[in-house]
Write a protein that binds this ligand. Sequence first.
Ligand SMILES: Cc1cc2nc3c(=O)[nH]c(=O)nc-3n(C[C@H](O)[C@H](O)[C@H](O)COP(=O)(O)O)c2cc1C
Length: 162
Amino acid sequence: MKKTIVVYGSSTGTCENIANTIGSKLGAEVINVSDFNADTVANNDNLILGTSTWGAGELQDDWYDGINVLKEADLTGKTVALFGCGDCESYSDTFCGAMKEIYDAAQGANILPGVSTSDYTFDDSDAVIDGNFVGLALDDVNEEDKTEGRIDSWIESIKAQL
Ligand SMILES: Cc1cc2nc3c(=O)[nH]c(=O)nc-3n(C[C@H](O)[C@H](O)[C@H](O)COP(=O)(O)O)c2cc1C
């Protein structure tokens, strides 16, 4: 695996825990997005980027500066994988929607495929393109029992490209 970093934005610790799990499974460094900057991009080949979704399909607050870092960076040759935390019952219309904002900002990188929506129950999400989430969607609020298996399958599906 090339040089890899996990970057998360988290308001109440859920996405942070997920990021730490992913980081330990990959053996990768994990940082809060508030510490994400141009050097982070320059010094890593693989960026694993995660956000929870707040408001109605909006980014976790700390990600707004991170989005600008991504937009201003030269992402040529970088590989990006996305993950998101949400709540498919209380926010069924905007489930994990914030991943799409990071996906849009990361255009120019090689963005690895996300997961099929077939394992999820929700009404709508901006983060779905052609039947797939743009990253790994997780609902640790209602489906905590599925989280680790979802992480493991997703890592299995992307690790050869990292
Ligand atoms: C006020 C509020 C708004 C939320 N909006 C959404 C949403 O639009 N879509 C979604 O999937 N989850 C939504 N959630 C659920 C959070 O994303 C979920 O609780 C997540 O695990 C929080 O992760 P964090 O602690 O890492 O920030 C919302 C939660 C709250 C309290």
